[in-house]
Design a protein around this ligand. Sequence first.
Ligand code: ADP
Ligand code: ZN
Ligand code: ZN
Length: 715
Amino acid sequence: MKVDCGPDAAAQTHWLAVAVPTPAHSSVAEPLTYRSAQPLPPGTLVRVPLGRREVLGVVWCAQPPPPAALAERTRAIAGALADVPALDAAWRALVAFTARYYQRALGEVALAALPPQLRTLDAVQMARRLKRAPAAGADAPAHQSKTIALTAEQTLALAEIDQNPGPFLLFGATGSGKTEVYMHAAQAALAQGAAAQVLVLVPEINLTPQLQARFAERFGAAAIACLHSGLTPAQRLKAWLAAHTGQARIVLGTRVAVLASIPHLALIVVDEEHDASYKQQEGARYSARDLALYRGHISGAKVILGSATPSLESWHASAPVAEGGAGRYQRLAMTHRVGAAGEHAGLPRVLRVDMGRQPKGTLIAPPLLAAITERVARGEQALLLLNRRGWAPVLHCADCGWKSECPHCSAYRVFHKIDRTLRCHHCGLTERVPRACPACGNLDIGTQGRGTEQLEEHITELLAGVQRPGGEAVRIARIDADSTRGKGRLEGALAAVHAGDVDVLVGTQMIAKGHDFRRVTLVAAINPDAALFSSDFRAPERLFALLMQSAGRAGRDAAVGADSQMWVQTQHPQHPLFVALKAHDYPGFAARQLAERQQAGFPPFTHLALLRAEARSQDAAQAFLTALAAQAAALPAQDAAHAEALAQVRWYPAVPLAVQRVAGIERAQMLLESPHRPALQRVLAACQPLLHALRAAPAHRAIVRWAVDVDPQSL
Ligand code: ADP
Ligand code: ZN
Ligand code: ZN
């Protein structure tokens, strides 16, 4: 498209604010102004020059003509993707909110939410892609109602969802039939109009196939688009277009899907809403769960958050005001497993092993081993959870005290026996295991602690003489980040467990989430104690959720799961967390945790943000943050509103991160806390220009990067 800039054409020139992918950390955060011969509506995808490149942009709004001097220098858009419908106002509002709330540039957020192939396809290619996508509503999903009778709890929950605006917190035990509720609610939402759409979010990419299969069986595969980070660029474009054009009536995906264009959104489901993977950990560090709530609000879509162990934020938000809660969500409880007689019926029995009474160094206590043996001999499956991969977390020399520290990180390198390496799990540095102590030459160096490799080896030895019902040897497998590196390996390993080709599965928390292993009747947490005394205030919440979810893996099949078990090996069997676990008492656990959080001034009673800095030295990283705090404090002299906000925000001193150095870079953070979210937001916004200026100042040349993390998941 050519724009004539001569004086006669000036009257026809349109000025457009266009969101473009501004480089991270440039202070150009606003949409840039371009000229156009046509009045392109907001949301139109355009190609525009930026520096020496041509980039994809989104028309944000029309602009008044700039002053003549500026107008002369304003560049013209290079072309519009006229065949792609414009992104609607609700999507733009969502993107604008995300950028503002998480302190990132608008263009960065907008473009990150679009499939990368939009940038590269020309008009002809694009037309071909669009032609392949049938028009909206062409495939009205046929609801294959497999006339299963809903349980009383499901019926009640669905009636509430039908009659109330929400948002809803569906607090449902594992196996209580939450997915069935999602599908019925989806059916009701789709029935609202020929174009109505539903978004279903799941935490993990490897949980999408299972859910996809269930939805596809019910609604037909053609009605469903899947969006997650594992797609090829072509697949991603195809799924995105299907959602954007309305061809996909159901969009299913991981956190990235929350920012997809879904113009006729009527319902959002966030399954396993407590899961930490809903929080993006780089770029715009958004919480997909929190954005889902915002999106539901602006789109007029109902929102259902579902979990057996809700986040304490959602639990508090869904507690009635009369009970000291916030009363913002409506809580719906389903405490019975489908087909089970009473409350907690069908949930596994929790057994605690007091490791203080076992011989020192016991990895698997005799009663647990006996239980595993019995299950395996009966042809059932066992899951052993240990949240440490590798063979041993540390190699050390008893003579001189040498430990396998990583030279580039403040962490130990982990001993991997399989390939006899020492590997840093932070920077990846991998070296062969030394024959002798590198410090003193002692040949007798040993390991400390145990990881999944060692557990696998150990249980293999312990079960060597045990036979399966058919007389075959016991089959043991391990699933962790090491065993599943490489495409398709995790899927393959999970499929083997599903198919019953594995009797004992050893793994990290990767195996605890959502997988519907039918023949598992025993789950054991080998050494969960570290999280009880972590400095991170969310560690107990995460441990409790992990153990409850793991327990939920056991006894999913009523036929074999009648007496399923969850074992916990601990030095602290009387710890309230394990007592609550034994009683399957999430509400009791949550009440105690919330009381502690209220007393300590932690979320959900306060709001947090972290300022992070990385530099060549720890001093430089901290000095940067300290300087920022001083400058922010100095601002109020000019601005009363800022002063008022600042008075409500507490600044903690700059401190090193728990893992202070990674790959030779020192990391520091500063915590900001406020009981008042808008005050925190205001102060963070005021910090943005200060951060950019400080970063550019010669005194802070050692800074490598900085970041703002609003509502951080971990401290
Ligand atoms: P959740 O998502 O709460 O863990 P699911 O929705 O996966 O539970 O349901 C657990 C199992 O019970 C599934 O196999 C599902 O097909 C089955 N189920 C769910 N609702 C019913 C029902 N009303 N009648 C019979 N079976 C059901
Ligand atoms: Zn030594
Ligand atoms: Zn390292």
